[in-house]
Every structure is written in C-alpha cells, then in structure tokens.
Design a protein. Structure first.
Length: 342
C-alpha cells in the first residue's frame, strides 16, 4: 500500500461527497491507496454518505466512534493506516484531480520523509480547477527538517504535506489529544525530526473557508478552548526550542522561527480574547505571566511572526505596544467591554 488518506469526520454532510469524489478522481489504482474515515460521533448524515462510498469501493473504510475530538479521530486513523505515506485531509476540503501519482513518485524517487505542496483557499461552495502539471517541471530541493524550518518556516496544518509512516513510528509522534492547535504541535514536532523533506511547487489542495467551522466558530466555550489550546501550544513550542541542538548551524534561525510562531499565538490569543470578551483582565494577566516564563511575552517585534506587509506595520506600531503594556491592555479591554458583541 503506497498511500493512506486519513479523514476525521464530524458533521460534514454538506462536503464529504465532494471530498470523496476528488479522492476517487486520481491517477492511482485502488490497490495503491486507501481512504480511512473515522466518524467522530457525527449528528448529521455524513457517515451515511461515507458508508455508500465504502460499499462501492474496496479501498475505503469507515470507522465509527463516540465524539472525542479531531485528535483522537486522527490517531485512530493512524492506527488503521497501512500506507508507506500518510496524508491527513479535512472532510470539507478536497484535492485537485490526478495529483497523487506524481506526489508519490517524487516522494519515493527522492526518499522524502515529508513532502509539502501548494494549497488554494476557496469559499465553501466553490470548485476551482487546476492547470495540468508536468512532473518533470517540478524541482525538488531536499533539506534536513531543521534547515527547512529555518529557511522556509512552516504552516500549522497537517493537510499541507504527505509524511512517511516510518517517521511517525520511529519518533512516536502523534496528535496530542484533548487540546486545540494540535496541528501546529504535530507539524513542528515532525518537521524538526525529518532528515529529508522538500516543498514541491505543485497545485494539490483546496482549503474551504466554512462558516461556523472549528476555526471560524463564535461559540464562547469553543473560543475559550482556543485560548487554552494556544497556551498549551506556546508551552510545547518552548519545550521544542529547549530540545534543539544548539551547535546546529541553523540553530538561531530555527529558534527565531519557533519563537515567531509562539508570538503569533500570543497575539491571536489577545485578539480573540478582546473580540469575544472571554477572560477577565485578571485571568488574562495570569496567562501572560505564565507565557513570560516561556519567553513568549512580551512580544518582541524583532522576532516577527505577526502579520505581513501593511498589516505587520500596523500591528507593530499600534497593537503590540498596547498588548505589551498591561495598563493599556486593561484600558483597551475595558473600552471593548462597553461595545456590544455582534
């Protein structure tokens, strides 16, 4: 088995058919890849739709469990996977047609442990076609994981890359259960352990921006989970930094990348807290004091990681000084408290 595509499913009846059809419109024999769906206690007809694909395709299986969160569902997928390469795909996203064969050929040819590729954002009902791609036109610049992170940085999401199953079994890395931002921790941990990885300039994935998704939800309790997930991720990144070999040639660069991601989490945490009025100033102050012990607060503009272009300039000149001053932050929260939440 060359590839296992792993899909956690929870209340995605509107999108799972599009996702499945994209996976069947590939240039691989069914004996070469498998699709494993773990339904995490969906309350809609998503599992029924998935079951129809199971009945008509020998390479698709559906596993059901009570609702335990996406990390548990993904780890359940991992336990069942048999492919040499693994790919985690969200049920509301989809792949461009006929890209899997090229990805696997390049990964195998160059013995890559991780191969990252391009994605494009779409609105939830959009279908965006891809321009045909010639594998001979795809360059492969192979790097060690630490050098890769130092030079190229990384994005959080696990659907941005294929990973060799042996890298996971050898390192014991899996999704941390019971927290959000598990993708960021999983991806950073994997990349830092990889010996051979590359970014392929190939159009492969479509990321659907879905209203009331796990990322865009306005639910108060869910956003509180986001806050605590960010704190946990910042702490975990601190551990990753402490575990780096300081004699590595790219040590300072990779530390800067990881600290930049920490700062992005701190910035997002404060923004989300103000926007949704989640924590009192006392509670926020306690969190910021904790983040100071992880060297993630106050925010250091020299490290970066927050916004790009004009947004970066505005954040650095206006928001960061306010967020770094507990007096100004307290005042800002008080003013926001007088404004009704939409």
């Amino acid at each position: 088995m060359k590839l296992s595509i792993l899909i956690p499913l929870y209340n995605k009846e509107k999108y799972i058919e599009r996702c499945m059809e994209s996976l069947l419109a590939q240039d691989l024999a069914t004996s070469e890849y498998e699709i494993i769906i773990v339904d995490d206690g969906s309350k809609d007809s998503g599992p029924i739709i998935a079951q129809k694909y199971v009945e008509n395709n020998a390479n698709i299986q559906l596993i059901r469990q009570k609702n335990q969160g996406p990390s548990v569902a993904r780890n359940r997928c991992l336990e069942a996977a048999k492919g040499d390469y693994l790919y985690f795909l969200d049920a509301d996203d989809y792949l461009v047609a006929n890209v899997l064969k090229t990805l696997l050929e390049l990964g195998t040819q160059h013995d890559l442990e991780i191969l990252e590729f391009n994605t494009k954002e779409i609105t939830e009902d959009t279908i965006l076609e891809s321009t045909p791609q010639n594998p001979q036109d795809v360059s492969v610049d192979i790097m060690e994981g630490i050098t890769y992170v130092a030079e190229k940085g990384f994005r959080n999401e696990a659907w941005r890359y294929f990973v060799k199953r042996s890298l996971l079994t050898d390192t014991g890395i899996k999704f941390i259960e019971g927290t959000l931002y598990e993708d960021a921790i999983f991806t950073a941990s994997l990349f830092l352990k990889a010996n051979r990885m590359a970014k392929l300039d190939m159009d492969v994935h479509r990321y659907a921006i879905v209203e009331n998704s796990i990322v865009t939800s306005k639910d108060r309790s869910h956003n509180l989970k986001f806050i605590h997930g960010m704190v946990y991720a910042i702490e975990h990144f601190h551990g990753l930094i402490k575990g780096l070999n300081s004699s590595h040639l790219d040590y300072n660069k990779v530390v800067n990348q990881l600290r930049g991601r920490q700062q992005a989490f701190v910035f997002a945490l404060i923004i989300r807290n103000i926007k949704y009025k989640l924590l009192s100033f006392k509670e926020l102050k306690e969190i910021l004091t904790k983040l100071n012990t992880f060297e993630a607060y106050p925010i250091d503009n020299k490290i970066g990681g927050i916004g790009k272009g004009k947004a970066n300039f505005m954040y650095k000149m206006i928001f960061v000084p306010i967020f770094n001053s507990k007096t100004l932050l307290h005042l800002g929260m008080a003013i926001r408290g007088l404004i009704p939440t939409r």
